[in-house]
Design a protein around this ligand. Sequence first.
Ligand code: NAX
Ligand code: ADP
Length: 285
Amino acid sequence: MTVLTMTPERIDSLRKRSDQHKFDHGSVLVLSGPATRTGAARLAAMAALRVGAGLVTVGAPRDALPECAAHLTGIMLREVSEALDLSLILAEDQRINALCIGPGFGLEPANGATLRAALATHRAVVLDADALTLMAQDRELFTQLHGGCVLTPHAGEFRRLFPGLGEDGDGFTLDEKKDATQRAADLSGAVVLYKGAQTTIAAPGCPATVLDTTSEQDAAWLATAGAGDVLAGLVTGLLARGNPPVQAAETGALLHAMAAREAGPGLIAEDLPQQIPGIYRRLGI
Ligand SMILES: NC(=O)C1=CN([C@@H]2O[C@H](COP(=O)(O)OP(=O)(O)OC[C@H]3O[C@@H](n4cnc5c(N)ncnc54)[C@H](O)[C@@H]3O)[C@@H](O)[C@H]2O)[C@@H](O)CC1
Ligand SMILES: Nc1ncnc2c1ncn2[C@@H]1O[C@H](COP(=O)(O)OP(=O)(O)O)[C@@H](O)[C@H]1O
């Protein structure tokens, strides 16, 4: 079984060189839901910026702009009210190289069209939360997935998106979870990161890797609202920095668990991105 670790190569890939500028570290666009539902996207955006993406923008519907503007400083803001807005932004700004769609996004039918527009550009994209539920409801969207996609389902989302592959009432053994994750990656053509105390990650045609934190008290505190949104942001930031999808998923999961260890019991989602500077310092980055 391949167990994930922070190898010297992985640590090296996280460094920034002195001859690089912000555009060398990639540009992220995180799509937000409407007013009163922007928190999840903002958590993901903060994580993407902390992990080292050069620029991060939240794309929010018109009614959510004041709420986002009141909370964002280093993170930029653009209006994305419909699929056409997204298509125009992505056509105009080729530097946006990684998207995050799903946290707090909403399940309105128009959001399916926005998701379709994102997939059509073949940009690297993390699909989490509501994006996964939208794809479970509209199988045509599922067929648009490509090798630059990373899916980050929790057990409920996995069950909805991959009927027949998810956990039944008795739960999964680790081998069963690995097997299901591999099959899901093969079926979708995307990288699948199946969340939980035992996180399993697979790319199409490759055996799943495992990050097992079942014996860690600190990691158990990741069972808190928004922790998954932070993970989605970490992976998106790593995609923007040029990591291949499976490596972005693996390194993101490792940093997420390290952030839980660093923050410890009592942690909430907001604490996690703030742990990244200390983690990087200790890793010698
Ligand atoms: N700060 C915020 O604004 C937050 C917003 N959130 C957003 O809230 C929306 C709904 O997401 P949810 O995941 O709560 O709801 P969902 O309704 O999408 O999924 C929850 C369902 O899945 C089942 N389930 C099975 N295994 C589960 C597991 N391991 N973890 C969680 N649920 C499991 C639950 O019993 C429940 O029926 C998403 O847009 C999400 O991004 C959440 O991420 C929490 C934080
Ligand atoms: N008991 C646990 N031990 C370790 N990690 C956990 C545990 N419970 C949840 N997590 C992690 O916390 C995150 C929760 O994500 P998710 O269920 O999507 O919540 P949310 O949508 O509220 O952000 C995932 O990365 C998951 O792996």
